[in-house]
Ligand binder design. Structure first.
Ligand SMILES: Cc1cc2nc3c(=O)[nH]c(=O)nc-3n(C[C@H](O)[C@H](O)[C@H](O)COP(=O)(O)OP(=O)(O)OC[C@H]3O[C@@H](n4cnc5c(N)ncnc54)[C@H](O)[C@@H]3O)c2cc1C
Ligand code: FES
Ligand code: FES
Length: 1271
């Protein structure tokens, strides 16, 4: 028996031949250990796609290669034998980018950049097989990739340029549009009306300047590998062996017996196909026993496909994508179209390209089991102990019993789909509660009977025979399935009944902004839509995040987390964990230095001052709270060992919900926060013609930044430290590190190159969850320690947006003008204070939303519960405030018989009026944005069209909502200062250091633009240097949408200071180059560096000493369509107009607007944070926490920066902050869906308010509401 024990594969142009490699090592760990850090690790579970790579496989028979995308975080390394792995680094670099990288980068498709390599590789894989894809194929290829920043619009737009069909944008000009280059625009498109375009630039990117895509120039399959493959044709077994795991990959079944005979009795044997699922499960388990895997991944018999007229044979080692391809090639394609549809609905192409149907069948989870059951799939089974071959049909008892039949050395070799007697008539896949899937497959048999298989209702799939689909519910109840499990069934049935049509790609976007004239050859770039400073590095995998840094002698840390929400810790047993090879130590509260502290936030200068402990102290007060940590040689070992730490608890009753906290009077303060304006509203409701009253709950939201919390703490000489960390506040991180160790801040240098998203989750205390523990470990071991949380750790250990329960009473007169409002908001702060009181303060202070309520009282309570500690998140209290207010407005409008948008328009507060917080509205043009938005959306026409549509459509309904946002800036006092260092080097280049963190929001490019403007220098001569607290000390947290304001202001001041001396010299030496001027300045000892403290000049610009100096405002008109039979919804169009002053960078601002909108859209419609009654987080991974994907992007997404905006001289180059304000507009999606539902009411709009519907708008809730109104 010939056996090769060397794993051979290529990564890009490098050959690897490995022996004794752990077969369950994942590809992503391997790549990263080789310095190929382009593939990012966002989730480690195949959902986010940030680790996507392309795998080439050589087909010996056809003498060609096939390329697939795959998740490197799931792929066990043995699977790659004789493969060609292409990573993002392999296809291009910042100097020579691949067209996919270039278009994503220059097309503004990258913000924080963490997802970008994954998107690049997903698109690259598509192009390798299909150089001119259709638009819907592009969206399909990207559905396994998540982006939290961009809102996907620019990603789709950039990649649609490769589409053969797209006639509206340049495809790199392989062909021309209407005989012209597509950049020569024909007349302005339909939606540009009323003179809106006269001064506008359309689109942010000039695609015509891009390199053409030439598929013939792609990387070829390595000839050396082809030769090796050809040489190895007679090889019998490939094997990898380590002390812990041995894996065999036989070429044919006949060798399996030989392998089994060689194994010692008692070996734990796993028979696997791809091994992807098994590796994943073992990595999560506490099991550390040695094992043997026999993988059929290379087994020729098990990779067979045979297409006969009425029979299709599929080998057991085929992936779900390969099965789909086989079915699509079959002559019976038409008969199989529902089946193919179901396979197309597979959640991610990257997973389906590797995951096998056999693994899926035997997991009993998902689509394939239902499909096999309906088809009565005939599977062939081989028993190697008895040499018996048997056939088993997947029938009703299969899933209960297969474990007894396919056990030991018994395997599935293949299956036969027999079409003689059945036709797949219906299929459906649905996620009614947006947490887990249910599916249905119906086949009709030639004997006139039918079979319906369902999965997701019970532990195993269910089969019912000869039952009409409309009688399913009755039948399932008869089978004893409880009613509550059948809630999603009607939607599933309705979806099954619908004809499955191929979705046609339809995607139109428009970005409108005022172009800037290049006056007098000035180099200044303020106002230009320049790409993000790091975009090229993001899309080529060159950008390094904390986890990518190479630090010698590095150890890795994994957290030991509480499995109870509230309990005394009786005992912690680390003995098993410490025995694991590679484990170095365990740390907990006892390792805090004597002069240090476990609660760094109690330092009075902490931002915020608060009480979150690093380690639990005898008591756990939240599920997922840190108890201790294991430090080991690799992250994998540390994580495995952390699971082996046994904690004994004495359970106590947890407080989980806001209601629990209210009952237990569990608050962070004794007194609530109260604000009021005008008279007591209780005295005013009697004057109102209409009053609504009620309560609404807005659940929490995860930040879901793609880069989890991470830090590396490096002890340096003489008690000094370098800390690399993903934080929005280097200064706060430095302070906390100092107080934890009990040393001076001057000993600590915190460095922040970039963040893979922050959204407030890395602003204050939370980013310490990785850093502080790593610091304590590094201090104990005197070695560098890295801690990068897994997605699970991140989701359970850190909090997010505060859930809020709002009570409202709102009244208006007969015309709809508001008279009085009374509100109470309860926010769930979680187990520690963090910035809960500040967030609550913001809820109350912005409780009137965008409206003027003459008599209003708002009371806020901060609840303390045994859930993760909630914190800052984009919008900081305002999303909760605006939602509660808008909810009440919507209801009041419908009660008053006024269209909600009319009611809103009537009641918007205007410049000069006072808000509930007592501050006057300054520099604000909300009404102008609203008017322009109506024009951009063609509101009047839209309303008429929607009414017509609703009258003519029975199952689909449309709805519209217009809402606005008003966001006051700046935030006052210490938050308005910054320190920057601008240094001109002797070659004329300029380096700028700021304390503000680049996390995707484009702060750095905006700062570069300010500097280039102020210095009158080309931007490529200037560089933003990473944040380092040894250069820029005591800088406030980057957040609150004011980064560009405060840092830009300080940079301008520093540049002006430098130019006050260099400027006259430049004039004097007019003929000389900038470089010569700098050299001369140096010779004359003119300062070439300026360290400047900038504080916002409130007095100078006549602003108030407190409160917002200006407001960023915007308006949106959102149209949705719902299917009333299933409860699904789709965004049809989104039109946004925002005032960003004189935008520093329209591309960045529009990116923030689109990304912000989609983030709130997710909050309103699909994202949910749920606990069980014991306080355990149920939505603890990207598998059960749904985020918007490419498929949620509206068909028409249009953003316009307000023409003739409100410019405010105090702000840097009259710009306005933008990060958070547009997020608030995403609430419109909720009200648009509600509007669509309301169209079912008999007397719309008078009686059409729905009382109980709350976010997120799960399909189940929407269908239920529709059903109620139809009654
Ligand atoms: C991110 C993600 C998304 C997913 N989305 C979906 C989805 O949308 N729809 C869906 O239906 N599923 C979905 N799945 C589940 C996925 O399809 C299964 O996990 C996968 O098919 C398992 O196949 P595998 O090749 O990885 O199994 P393997 O790891 O090879 O095997 C798993 C187990 O199956 C058994 N086994 C495998 N092959 C054989 C054999 N030939 N004979 C006997 N026993 C065998 C063994 O017990 C083995 O331990 C998803 C999974 C992930 C990770
Ligand atoms: S899919 Fe691999 S890290 Fe998320
Ligand atoms: S740019 Fe996509 S996650 Fe940040």
């Amino acid at each position: 028996m010939s056996m090769r024990k060397t794993l051979i594969f290529f990564v890009n142009d490098q050959k690897f031949e490995l022996e004794n490699v752990d077969p369950d090592l994942t590809l992503v760990s391997f790549l990263r250990s080789k310095g190929l850090t382009g593939a990012k690790v966002g989730c480690l579970e195949g959902v986010c796609g940030s680790c996507t790579v392309v795998i080439g496989k050589w087909n010996h028979n056809h003498k060609n290669a096939k390329y697939i995308s795959a998740n490197a975080c799931l792929l066990p390394i043995f699977w790659l034998d004789l493969c060609f792995v292409i990573t993002v680094e392999g296809i291009g670099n910042p100097e020579k980018m691949h067209p996919v990288q270039e278009r994503l980068s220059r097309g503004h498709g990258s913000q924080c950049g963490y997802c970008s390599p994954g998107f690049v590789m997903a698109m690259y894989a598509l192009l390798r097989n299909n150089p001119y894809p259709e638009e819907n194929e592009i969206r399909q290829a990207l559905k396994g990739n998540l982006c939290r920043c961009t809102g996907y619009r620019p990603i789709i737009e950039a990649f649609n340029t490769f589409s053969s069909k797209n006639k509206s944008i340049c495809t790199g000009c392989p062909g021309q549009v209407n005989g012209q280059c597509c950049q020569i625009k024909s007349s302005p498109s339909d939606f540009v009306k009323d003179g809106l375009t006269d001064i506008y630039e359309q689109g942010l990117t000039k695609w015509k300047d891009f390199q053409k895509y030439d598929p013939t120039q792609e990387l070829v399959f390595p000839p050396e590998l082809i030769q090796t493959i050809e040489k190895l044709q007679n090889e019998e077994i490939f094997s990898l062996q380590t002390k812990h795991t041995t894996i065999y990959c036989p070429k044919t079944l006949k060798y399996v017996k030989n392998i089994l005979q060689k194994l010692s009795t008692g070996s734990k044997i796993y028979h696997v196909s791809s091994g992807q699922a098994l590796r994943f499960d073992l990595a999560k388990s506490k099991n550390t026993d040695p094992s043997v895997w026999i993988s059929y991944n290379k087994c020729e018999e098990m990779r067979r496909v045979e297409l006969k007229e009425e029979q299709i044979l599929i080998g057991a080692a085929l992936s779900l994508s390969e099965v789909r391809e086989a079915l699509a090639r079959s002559e019976q394609k038409e008969k199989l179209k529902n089946l193919i549809w179901l396979l197309d609905e597979y959640s991610s192409i990257h997973v389906g390209n590797v995951a096998t149907w056999t693994g899926s069948l035997l997991s009993a989870f998902g689509d394939f089991p239902a499909l096999a059951l309906a088809l009565n799939l005939k599977i062939y089974i081989q028993n190697f102990d008895t040499d018996e071959i048997s056939i088993l049909k997947v029938g009703n008892d299969f899933f209960d019993t297969y474990k007894t039949k396919i056990t030991g050395n018994t395997i599935i070799t293949h299956a036969v789909i027999d079409l003689k007697e059945v036709e797949v008539t219906r299929a459906a896949k649905f996620d009614p509660e947006l947490r887990s899937l249910i599916n249905l497959v119906e086949v009709e048999c030639t004997n006139g009977k039918n079979r319906i298989a369902l999965n997701g209702f019970e532990k195993f799939p269910i089969l019912v025979e000869n039952v009409k689909i409309d009688d399913l519910e009755k039948e399932l109840k008869k089978l004893g399935i409880p009613e509550e499990k059948l809630e999603g069934l009607p939607s599933l049935v309705n979806m099954a009944k619908q004809e499955k049509k191929k979705e046609e790609g339809h995607f139109e976007t428009l970005q409108l902004f005022q172009p800037i004239d290049n006056k007098d050859g000035h180099y200044g770039s303020v106002g230009r839509p320049l790409a993000h400073q790091y975009a090229d590095r993001h899309t080529t995998g060159d950008a390094r995040y904390v986890e990518d840094l190479k630090i010698p002698d590095l150890l890795h840390l994994a957290l030991v987390l509480s499995e109870e929400a509230h309990a005394e810790i009786v005992n912690v047993d680390t003995s098993e964990a410490l025995k694991l090879k590679g484990v170095v130590a365990y740390v907990d509260i006892n390792d805090i230095p004597t002069k240090g502290t476990n609660v760094p936030g109690t330092h009075p200068m902490s931002i915020p001052p608060e009480d979150t402990p690093i380690f639990a102290d005898k008591l756990v007060i939240s599920y997922g709270q840190t108890i201790g940590a294991i430090i080991a040689e690799t992250p994998e070992i540390a994580r495995k060992a952390a699971k082996l730490v046994k904690v004994e608890y004495k359970k106590l009753k947890p407080i989980v919900t806001i209601q629990d906290a209210v009952e237990a009077k569990s608050y962070f303060t004794v007194e609530p926060i109260v604000l009021k304006q005008g008279e007591d509203p209780d005295d005013k409701f009697k004057d109102c013609a209409h009053v609504v009253e009620g309560k609404v709950y807005l659940q929490g939201q995860q930040h879901a930044y793609m880069e989890p919390q991470s830090a590396i703490c490096v002890p340096e000489e003489s008690g000094e430290w370098t800390i690399h960390t993903a934080t929005q506040s280097g200064a706060n991180a430095q302070l906390h590190a100092a107080v934890i160790l009990g040393i001076g801040k001057h000993k600590i240098n915190v460095r922040v190159k970039r963040l893979g998203g922050g959204f407030g989750g890395k602003a204050g205390t939370q980013c310490g969850r990785a850093r502080n523990v790593a610091l304590i470990a590094a201090n104990k071991l005197k070695r560098p320690v890295s801690c990068v949380l897994t997605r699970y750790e991140d989701m359970v250990n850190t909090g997010g947006r505060h859930p809020a329960l709002g009570y409202y009473k709102l009244g208006c007169d007969t015309s709809g003008k508001l008279i009085a409002g009374k509100f109470e908001a309860y926010v769930n702060g979680g187990y520690s204070q963090d910035c809960t009181l500040w967030v609550l303060g913001a809820v109350v202070a912005t409780g009137d939303g965008t409206f003027h309520v003459p008599n209003i009282k708002y009371t806020g309570y901060a609840c303390k519960t045994n859930t993760a500690s909630n914190t800052a998140m984009r919008g900081f209290g305002q999303p909760q405030a605006i939602f509660i207010m808008e909810y009440a407005m919507d209801k009041l409008a419908r009660k008053a018989g006024i269209l909600p948008e009319k009611m809103r328009e009537l009641n918007h507060a205007v410049e000069g009026q006072t808000r509930i917080d007592g501050h006057t509205i300054l520099n604000d043009v909300l009404s102008k944005c609203w008017e322009e938005c109506k024009k951009l959306a063609d509101y009047k026409k839209l309303r008429v069209e929607i009414d017509e549509f609703n009258q003519n459509s029975t199952t689909r309904k449309r709805g519209l909502a217009m809402t606005a946002s008003r966001f006051g800036l700046l935030h006052g006092k210490t938050f308005e200062q910054a320190f920057v260092l601008v240094q001109i080097y002797l070659d004329g280049t300029v380096g700028i250091s700021i304390g503000g963190a680049e996390m995707g929001q484009g702060l750095n490019i905006k700062c570069l633009q300010v500097a280039s403007q102020a210095l009158n220098l080309p931007i490529d001569k200037i560089t933003m240097i990473e944040v380092a607290t040894d250069k820029t000390a005591n800088v406030p947290v980057t957040g609150g949408s004011q980064g560009a304001d405060i840092h830009g202001h300080a940079i301008k001041k520093a540049c002006d200071q430098l130019m006050s001396k260099i400027g006259p010299l430049r004039k004097e030496l007019q003929e000389k180059s900038w470089e010569d001027v700098v050299a001369e300045a140096y010779n004359r000892c003119i300062p070439l560096s300026a360290g400047v403290h900038g504080q916002f000049p409130r007095e100078e610009v006549g602003g108030p000493s407190d409160g917002a100096l200006y407001h960023t405002t915007g308006a949106v008109c959102t149209v949705v369509e719902i299917d009333i039979t299933t409860g699904e919804h789709w965004l049809k169009s989104v039109d946004i107009v925002m005032d960003t002053g004189n935008s520093l960078n329209p591309a960045i601002d529009i990116g923030q607007i689109e990304g912000g909108f989609m983030q709130m859209y997710g909050h309103m419609t699909m994202e949910q944070v749920l606990w069980d009654d014991q306080g355990r987080l149920m939505t603890d991974s990207f598998r059960n926490y749904r985020l918007p994907t490419v498929s949620h992007v509206p068909d028409n997404f249009r953003v316009m920066l307000l023409k003739n905006p409100n410019t405010y001289p105090g702000a840097v180059y009259s710009s306005k902050g933008i990060g958070e304000p547009p997020l608030l507009l995403g609430a419109s999606a909720f009200f648009a869906v509600k509007d669509a539902i309301s169209s079912l009411a008999k007397n719309w709009p008078e009686e059409a308010y729905i009382n109980n519907i709350e976010p997120p708008l799960t399909p189940y809730k929407v269908r239920k509401a529709c059903d109620e109104l139809k009654k």
